[in-house]
Write a protein that binds this ligand. Structure first.
Ligand SMILES: Cc1cc2nc3c(=O)[nH]c(=O)nc-3n(C[C@H](O)[C@H](O)[C@H](O)COP(=O)(O)O)c2cc1C
Length: 185
């Protein structure tokens, strides 16, 4: 049995959006699913070293992790396309960037929650990906949204990735095919 295929037995992975800026302030946004929340109030992410997201985090030491809902599945998929450095995926996907409190990286207005993070450390490399840990320095989330989400876990609106970055679902919803091939512009 193929390793990747057998791993589809695992629950679908949560998809987050990672917002960054380069040293000139150009904004960038991309979906990420190799993501873990740590008990220490930190996030761990695995990011390809060739990606703009990685370069920007190394340049500024800052990033935002945002939780998209199923309502912006298509927009999320569009942000995954390989746009050149300096081109804003916020604009390409029609998402709104808003000012953060403690860092220069923008939040994603349409997301359920936004976390401002400062790079704590790069702890190593797996293949061509860097393993990064970020300290959460500020959290933005509507309290009502969190309570509703927590009470209705089985009808969660959180976006989950079920197939190759194109098909998304919630925990009990029908999958949504965004018809977006994130590998093509
Ligand atoms: C649902 C989904 C999850 C993804 N997860 C990751 C990830 O965890 N790490 C990563 O390096 N790339 C991941 N990617 C790929 C990047 O988002 C994609 O290559 C993007 O173009 C990188 O953009 P950037 O160069 O602006 O950083 C994912 C893509 C999708 C659609």
């Amino acid at each position: 049995m193929d390793f990747e295929k057998a791993c589809w037995l695992l629950p679908p992975r949560t998809v987050v959006l990672v917002s960054t800026v380069d040293s000139k302030g150009n904004e960038n946004l991309a979906p990420h699913s190799e993501f873990v929340k740590l008990y220490t109030g930190q996030f761990l992410l695995c990011i390809e070293k060739s990606h703009n997201t990685y370069e920007n985090i190394k340049e500024t030491g800052e990033f935002v992790v945002a939780f998209p809902s199923i309502e912006i599945a298509k927009e999320t998929a569009i942000t995954g396309k390989p746009f050149a450095k300096g081109i804003s995926e916020f604009e390409k996907a029609g998402l709104t960037s808003i000012k953060a409190k403690q860092i220069k990286v923008p939040l994603v207005k349409e997301c359920l929650a936004n976390f401002e993070c400062k790079l704590h450390k790069e702890i190593g490399t797996v293949g061509t990906e860097a393993i990064l840990i970020g300290n959460i320095v500020e959290t933005h989330c509507d309290e009502d949204k969190v309570s509703t989400e927590a009470k209705t876990r089985l009808s969660s609106k959180m976006l989950l990735n079920v197939e190759k970055g194109r098909i998304y679902s919630t925990t009990n919803g029908e999958p949504i095919d965004t018809e977006v091939n994130y590998k093509e512009i």
